[in-house]
Write a protein that binds this ligand. Structure first.
Ligand SMILES: Nc1ncnc2c1ncn2[C@@H]1O[C@H](COP(=O)(O)OP(=O)(O)OP(=O)(O)O)[C@@H](O)[C@H]1O
Length: 502
């Protein structure tokens, strides 16, 4: 079979395709286009197509369509058994038809609709482990000649190449999905949150995370409420040499003023009225790991002064003790406040600000990284469906458009809430535009109060009223407490009691 100069060319092309398939060539469509095009050129077809079988729908879809009407062909699909390609898929056998008009299997609708005269077809199945996964076909042998058995043998070789490439890509994709699922489960078992993104903007943030991860410097993570600052802190920890050590999160806004020092640095028994036992501080607990101080903008000036000393000298003293302890943890900070403005207003120490701002990481708001919305939606949807034991019916295109249009003042946290709520309200697991209730998540009287007793209803009201004030103030508890006319410590207690997490 391999004796002419033409055959030598074919073999060279096959070798080249083989090495592409064996390399880490990840663009499957480009590879399949290359294979289909080579088959067409080397066996003298005028046009060629590669169709993939969707086993669920029992239909063949055009993955590649080359030739003068290629683009027009691509919108069609064929049922199994329909047309020459459908016959090949159904019988898992190759076929040469040199006069289509005389063959009842020929399906003329596509040719007629696109205005293309088809006279001859050569088609071969693509197989993975003997099962047909699609068809590769050539249309019209050039110069009004006929397709031959030799052409068919070559087409079968190209079909095998394509099947191999598809099989590789599917195994690769499956493995990637499994690795991602395992990573998610390992991270969430260890108390870390899986992080999803697809945007260039977030990619840039992650490249900084990787670079700072390996250093031991303290880092300041900035961004609006709900953008994922805590997750960034987790990733810095995971990228660091302390990844196996503890990751200790301290929400500075949730601690009453008088407790912060003891919480961070520890105290010895009797150092103040309530100190009935020695207490180990979070800095010590975080030894050989990372301490993440969230909402740093809420710290009092007195605590800021102590923190500055910790940063500058690397030592601290537990309350009531003269013993100096060495800081053995990596320190990360985050805030959604404008620290420069707080400095101007004299609510934040300038020297501490300069000390913190050495390596700032700015996490952009969700509205500035639209490419993340579909992946995050998908992730929250799958999680919510699994937790609520509902089928994942996917999301309608109009609903996705609405998500992409929305400004997301509460960022990723708000998106998560919107999706969870839409899943609760969806009868069949499909997320539709009207089920999203964008910007209207707080109080739906009918839904929340129905059948509840007075105390419960008051609590439901309190919870939603507080959440809406917190969101209005970017979850700043000091400002919210002032707006509500209560102490910040009382607000923290209410948040704990009413299970308001963010
Ligand atoms: N890229 C992401 N992938 C998956 N989940 C995310 C992502 N970003 C944020 N989330 C989720 O959104 C919620 C808010 O994230 P996180 O608490 O990290 O935000 P934050 O910026 O620290 O907010 P705050 O300033 O209010 O403390 C969490 O439930 C988190 O798991």
């Amino acid at each position: 079979m391999f004796n002419s100069a033409e055959d030598t060319k074919k073999i060279e092309t096959l070798i080249e395709l083989n090495s592409l398939i064996n390399s880490d060539y990840t663009d499957l469509n480009a590879l399949l286009t290359r294979i289909t095009e080579s088959a067409m050129i080397l066996t003298g077809g005028e046009a060629s197509s590669l169709l993939l079988l969707n086993t669920f729908e029992q239909k063949l879809y055009f993955e590649v369509a080359l030739g003068s009407k290629g683009d027009a062909v691509q919108k069609f699909s064929l049922k199994i058994g329909e047309g020459i390609a459908g016959w090949v898929a159904k019988h898992n056998k190759s076929l040469i038809v040199n006069d289509v008009e005389k063959d009842s299997r020929f399906f003329s609708d596509i040719s007629k609709s696109i205005g293309y005269k088809t006279s001859s077809i050569l088609a071969a199945p693509m197989r993975i482990k003997d099962a047909c996964i699609g068809v590769i076909e050539l249309i019209n042998k050039k110069n009004a000649r006929h397709f031959t058995e030799n052409d068919l043998q070559w087409l079968e070789i190209f079909a095998n190449q394509a099947a191999l490439a598809i099989s590789n890509a599917r195994v690769y994709q499956k493995t990637q999905n499994e690795i991602a699922a395992l990573q998610d489960s390992i991270q969430s078992h260890a108390g870390f949150h899986p992080l999803k993104f697809a945007s260039q903007e977030f990619e840039s943030v992650m490249s900084i995370v990787k670079r700072v991860g390996v250093t031991n410097s303290s880092v300041l993570i900035l961004g609006e409420s709900g953008v994922g600052k805590e997750l960034i802190a987790e990733q810095i920890h995971l990228a660091s040499k302390h990844a196996n050590g503890p990751f200790i999160r301290v929400n500075c806004a949730a601690l009453p003023e008088g407790m912060i020092e003891s919480e961070l640095f520890g105290h010895i028994k009797g150092s103040f009225t309530d100190a009935i036992n020695d207490r180990v501080g979070k800095f010590e607990t975080a030894s050989n790991g990372t301490i993440f101080l969230d909402e740093i903008g809420e710290l009092s000036l007195a605590v800021q002064a102590k923190l500055l000393r910790v940063l500058e000298e690397g030592i601290y003293e537990p309350l009531g003790s003269n013993e100096q302890k060495k800081v053995q943890a990596r320190i990360l900070f985050a805030t959604n406040r404008d620290l420069a403005k707080l400095v101007e207003e004299k609510h934040f120490r300038q020297d501490l600000y300069y000390r913190l701002n050495v390596i700032p990481i700015n996490v952009p708001p969700l509205r500035k990284r639209l490419a993340d919305i579909p992946v995050l939606t998908d992730f929250f949807l799958q999680n919510a469906c699994r937790e609520m034991n509902k089928p994942d019916g996917g999301i309608e295109a109009t609903a996705m458009e609405a998500l992409l249009d929305f400004p997301w003042p509460g960022n990723v946290r708000e998106l998560k809430n919107v999706i969870e709520r839409a899943v609760v309200l969806s009868p069949d697991g499909v997320i539709r535009r009207e089920g999203l209730q964008l910007g209207n998540q707080h109080l739906d009287k009918g839904l929340y109060f129905k059948g509840k007793r007075l105390k419960e209803s008051v609590n439901v009201f309190k919870k939603h009223f507080i959440i809406s004030c917190l969101e209005e103030n970017s979850w700043n508890q000091t400002i919210t407490a002032r707006q509500l006319g209560i102490q910040r410590t009382y607000l923290s207690r209410l948040m704990r009691e009413l299970e308001i997490n963010h």
